[in-house]
Write a protein that binds this ligand. Structure first.
Ligand SMILES: *[C@@H]1O[C@H](CO)[C@@H](O)[C@H](O)[C@H]1NC(C)=O
Ligand SMILES: *[C@@H]1O[C@H](CO)[C@@H](O)[C@H](O)[C@H]1NC(C)=O
Ligand SMILES: [Zn+2]
Length: 320
């Protein structure tokens, strides 16, 4: 499966494989064990999220510290911004990690909080697995940077493309989903980025949610980004021929071309940012139940999205 994707990438972005010292295949073979559901090595990136993560809780703080420690241990010049704020009597914290000083950024995001009710809800697909995937993708970018800074550096500067990795707090409603009881972190960050002008430099926001459990179809939701969707669909087809989740021919949602699923992309979409929303429809059957636990994650699903999104981001950089 890795061979196929390496070949596709070689066709798409020959500069990487010809000049870069790193083999994609080798990278994924060495690093996918870090997302293992069974091997709890101390470097495991997936298991630390196997806990409740309600905003402001001790568990949430532990997870935040784990994420920050991870980025501090990286080689590349990652910049950390953390933003702590209060709303509805709770404390929230967004975490944003930036690689590069470019005029354009591809941003990839997920929420790390978990739902308050039912008590003990872990949200393995909502969105623990997506958070681990963000760490994996970051490591992939970091390793490329480290192995061949001369190659990646120019692309991360000036008119090139940088990366922002965002961990939102407070996606879930504390009580009942309403405009003012949900999306705490994303509403906050979109407002800050509107004021600072950062929004104008976001080329694409990729939002991950409900990934990692049973494979359900993931439709293309927005016409503006269907082109990106097609790129990702072709990577998926190269990666596996089983249970494809993306279907570039399925235009059902593109006709409506608006928000049908409320999630962290909404404040950004409404501000004019191009959004690729990777969320399955229908939702996984375990959605918002205690069953959305690690027993319902599928190793193949977690691995697949980690590989595809790593390759997708570097493809975005190569095309610029
Ligand atoms: C467990 O994961 C570590 C770190 O990724 C790896 O070095 C080790 O070989 C793995 N062990 C097994 C039994 O898979
Ligand atoms: C996740 O946590 C639960 C509760 O602590 C535990 O029973 C389960 O074994 C953990 N799953 C994995 C894959 O570590
Ligand atoms: Zn949810």
């Amino acid at each position: 499966m890795f061979t196929a994707i390496t070949i596709v990438l070689w066709i798409l972005s020959p500069w990487l494989l010809v000049e870069g010292g790193i083999s994609f295949e080798e990278f994924h073979r060495e690093n996918l064990p870090l997302l293992s559901l069974t091997n709890s090595s101390e470097n495991n990136l997936l298991l630390p999220f196997n806990t409740t993560r309600t905003p402001g809780s001790e568990e949430s703080l532990k997870v935040q510290n784990f994420i920050k420690r991870f980025y501090r241990g990286m080689e590349g010049p990652w910049q950390l911004e953390e933003d702590s704020f209060e709303a509805n009597g709770r404390r929230f914290k967004n975490l944003v990690f930036t690689l590069g000083e470019a005029s354009h950024y591809v941003t990839i995001a997920a929420h790390y909080d978990s739902k308050v009710a039912p008590e003990g809800f872990v949200g393995a697909s909502d969105s623990a697995a997506s958070c681990a995937i963000l760490l994996y993708v970051s490591r992939f970018l970091d390793r490329l940077y480290d192995e061949d800074a001369a190659l990646l550096e120019p692309r991360l500067r000036g008119a090139g493309i940088g990366f922002k990795i965002v961990f939102f707090d407070g996606e879930e409603a504390l009580q009942q989903w309403r405009a003012d009881d949900s999306l705490y972190g994303s509403r906050r960050l979109a407002g800050q980025w509107a004021r600072s002008g950062t929004l104008d430099h976001i080329e694409l926001l990729v939002l991950l949610d409900l990934l990692g459990s049973e494979p359900q179809p993931i439709p293309s939701y927005f016409r503006e980004t269907h082109w990106y969707y097609e790129r990702l669909a072709s990577l998926e087809a190269a990666y596996t021929h089983q249970e494809l989740q993306l279907d570039a021919q399925d235009h059902r949602f593109l006709q409506a071309n608006g928000v049908t699923i409320e999630d962290d992309h909404v404040p950004f979409y409404e501000a004019g940012v191009a959004v690729l929303h990777l969320v399955p429809w229908p939702f996984p059957s375990v959605w918002h139940t205690l069953e959305d636990d690690y027993d319902h994650l599928q190793q193949g699903q977690v691995d697949k999205w980690a590989v595809l999104l790593s390759e997708f981001l570097i493809d975005c950089a190569a095309r610029r």
